[in-house]
Ligand binder design. Structure first.
Ligand code: F6R
Length: 607
């Protein structure tokens, strides 16, 4: 949430900051701004709405300057107007900020009482006035920043630029990510590797509590106790080329179509096709000895956790609790001795998931994480990191990250089963066989694009849509409903098919489409009964099943999509693809902003 960038450069920076903001726009897109230093003075352009508005403004009124900071916003405090857009400045200090300053009210009161005049409704502006106030008291820029960091509470990353100071900018990281980029005679700060991928691939990831003084030719990192520290330089694998849309109309479409490749890449990392066995990274504990597994995540990643629960309980015989991070972290649940906790997060930065991880650690759990961003905070705070090889996911609605999460979780379930003696080598080989054909089967479903687009046109006028499934189909029903609501703004709910009679069936009428996830597995007949109950009440059923399943139901459904026959174990990965495609085409038909749906942002670094 919110993307920030700073450059202390050799030549003009505003175009390069704008380019970085384009790569960060997935983190927030309700307003944006850039400030630079021109002959010692802070100059600034800001615009409400998408980044294109800022780009237009810069065309009309370019910004000079070889030092600058930029921001793309997802509003927390203060409505998304130009006035509340970052950078904030009082003319002496300019600040961009990601996160929340929790004690801003008391600080604002104190600073106002001292005659400081606030121009916005944001929490961020207290940082501007604090630094400025310390400078007025005669502190050096470094001391002013240091004192300010001692006064503010919350979770934040900041970039601070000071009028008259062409040779230094400051960055700070507490709770939300910030990386330093090392250039040739210039330096950068950015929320992630993507933001800086057009500038450098040499990065230093600041650690929790770190702050940095950055000059063109060097830097000094200090930790939370203000001790000088040296942090390792890493080479980022993220390239600028990975962030383009190619020939696709939207990032989401591109990411849906990348799934055969990225599922394949993820499988290749964990599967040995010759021995038909799975090899996860070495773990400093025996996962087969776990007394219980706790999985915590948010949103789509939480639904991946629900699929994993089913797999691990059913195929590996290990009890699993799954929870959404925002609930888990404040419930402070007792955690089992000898337990392992798994945190699933595409970004690896989700604030609630990170807080849940820290709680589990304090309870003596071994910490496993499943992330798409290897250098993320969640990864760095885990005992063992499992990685999805989805590549950067730019569309706000998660697609390829989810199916690659499922791919790794399938491998984890098998590993646990093998290690605790529940699954034989033969069982493992069978599951590996089912997983390795997945890329080909996913590609087959992608060929149904036009057919699914036509179905989408028929449901685009619906006010409500229900998704139902049983067993492994239930989390996919939840995921399908989430995809539809977040990008098409149609109200959609996912239900366990067996729950329909306990309430939701009252919603059914001829205007409510019902998407049924029904692979021919051992629960198929029961799902069909639930589908018939819905059809008997006038529901418009869209039935997703394999050839055998479709033959069984004959013409009972209003519409069908044929999914390749798949082993029960692998079905949730395959059945995710049509629900993603359906949501995508509904959104395109309705003309919504597919990649940047309203009110949302990727990488939720505030709670
Ligand atoms: C939905 C979606 C979100 C994320 C959630 C967690 O399409 O993308 O629900 O899954 O915000 O994000 P991560 O996985 O980055 O922790």
């Amino acid at each position: 949430m919110c993307g920030i960038i700073g450059i202390i450069g050799k030549d003009s920076v505003s175009e390069r900051i704008l380019e970085g903001l384009k790569r960060l726009e997935y983190r927030g897109y309700d307003s944006a701004g850039i400030a630079t230093l021109v002959n010692g003075k802070i100059d600034r352009r800001r615009a409400e709405g998408k980044l294109v508005n800022l780009a237009e403004r810069l065309k009309d009124s370019p910004l000079a300057g070889d030092v600058g900071i930029g921001h793309t916003r997802w509003a927390t405090h203060g409505v998304p107007t130009e006035n509340n857009a970052h950078p904030h400045t009082d003319g002496k200090v300019a600040v961009v900020h990601n996160g929340i300053i929790e004690n801003f009210r008391s600080l604002k009161k104190e600073l106002t009482a001292r005659g400081r005049v606030f121009a916005s409704d944001t929490d961020t502006e207290v940082v501007v006035h604090l630094v400025s106030d310390f400078l007025d008291q005669g502190k050096t820029p470094r001391e002013a920043v240091q004192e300010t960091l001692h006064r503010i509470e919350g979770a934040f990353s900041l970039v601070i630029m000071i009028a008259g100071q062409h040779d230094v900018i400051f960055g700070a990281r507490r709770g939300t990510p910030l990386a330093v980029g090392l250039g040739e005679g210039e330096m950068y700060l950015g929320s992630d590797a993507l933001a800086l991928s057009h500038l450098t691939n040499r990065l230093i990831y600041l650690e929790e509590g770190d702050w940095v003084e950055l000059r063109c030719d060097g830097l000094q990192v200090r930790d939370e106790h203000d001790n000088d520290v040296i942090r390792e330089t890493k080479m980022s694998a993220v390239s600028g080329a990975m962030t383009g849309k190619g020939n696709y109309n939207h990032f989401m479409q591109k990411e849906i179509f990348e799934q055969p490749a990225v599922i394949g890449d993820t499988l290749h990392s964990f599967i040995n096709p010759a021995t038909r066995s799975i090899k996860l990274p070495e773990m400093p504990f025996n996962i087969g000895d776990a007394s219980r597994l706790t999985i915590v995540a948010c949103g789509t990643s939480f639904y991946a956790g629900l699929v994993a629960k089913h797999w691990i309980e059913r195929y590996a015989g290990l009890g699993v609790d799954v929870d959404v991070a925002s609930e888990f972290r404040y419930r402070c649940p007792p955690m089992p001795k000898g337990g392992i906790a798994l945190f699933i997060s595409q970004s690896g930065e989700t604030a609630d998931t990170l807080a849940a991880l820290r709680y589990a650690k304090s309870q003596g759990q071994k910490i496993l994480s499943l992330v798409n961003v290897a250098e993320s905070t969640i990864a760095r705070e885990s005992d063992v990191v499992l990685q999805t090889y989805a590549g950067p996911e730019i569309g706000v609605a998660s697609t390829k990250a989810f199916t690659t999460q499922l791919t790794v979780l399938a491998c984890l379930a098998v590993t646990i089963g093998r290690e605790n003696g529940t699954l034989s080598a033969n069982d493992e080989a069978g599951i590996v066989g089912a997983l390795t054909v997945l890329p080909k089967q996913v590609a087959e479903i992608l060929h149904h694009d036009e057919e699914i687009r036509k179905l989408a046109v028929n449901i685009a006028d619906a006010r409500d849509v229900l998704y139902i499934g049983r067993g492994l189909g239930y989390p996919i029903a939840l995921e399908g409903a989430l995809k539809l609501k977040e990008i098409s703004y149609i109200h959609a709910e996912g239900y366990a098919a067996g729950e329909m009679k306990h309430g939701p069936i009252a919603l059914i009428d001829p205007l409510v489409p019902i998407i049924v996830i029904a692979p021919s597995d051992d629960l198929f007949e029961k799902t069909v009964s639930n589908m018939q109950e819905a059809a008997a009440r006038g529901g418009r059923v869209i039935f997703l099943s394999d050839a055998k399943g479709l033959e069984t139901i004959g013409d009972m459904a209003s519409a069908t999509v044929e999914i390749p026959a798949v082993a029960d174990f692998a079905a949730p990965i395959l059945y995710t693809i049509p629900v993603q495609m359906l949501a995508y085409h509904v959104a395109v038909h309705k003309g919504t902003d597919v990649d940047q749906p309203r009110n949302l942002a990727k990488s939720v670094t505030v709670e």
